[in-house]
Ligand binder design. Structure first.
Ligand SMILES: O=C(O)C[C@H]1C=CC(=O)O1
Length: 96
């Protein structure tokens, strides 16, 4: 199942720089592992903002919830999830 996930990062302005760098480093490791597994299929920066648009490819809603729950930046993000399905006019054969 594919999900469009938008994450807007809102770190507290008074968070110490070292703490922010540590959480971002953990988030990078976590997201890159999921990308290698094919679970986090796309990761795009939204130009001009500290936000990303991602496509997750997971078995079900529960797996998406598990993966999102593990995000180190989760306490500092607003997240919106939209379920996706194949568009009838799509010519891509690899979109399922
Ligand atoms: O920078 C972000 O958009 C937040 C987050 C998502 C992946 C990652 O490495 O950091």
């Amino acid at each position: 199942m594919l999900f469009h996930v938008e994450m807007v990062v809102k770190l507290p302005p008074d968070m110490p720089a070292e703490q922010a760098a540590d959480i971002k480093a953990k988030e990078k490791v976590y997201s890159q592992e999921l990308q290698r597994q094919g679970k986090w299929r796309h990761l795009w920066r939204v130009a001009g903002s500290y936000a990303n648009v991602s496509i997750f490819d997971v078995d079900d809603n529960a797996e998406l919830q598990d993966l999102i729950s593990g995000l180190p930046l989760l306490p500092y993000m607003d997240i919106q999830v939209k379920p996706l399905c194949r568009h009838p006019s799509s010519v891509r054969e690899d979109d399922t």
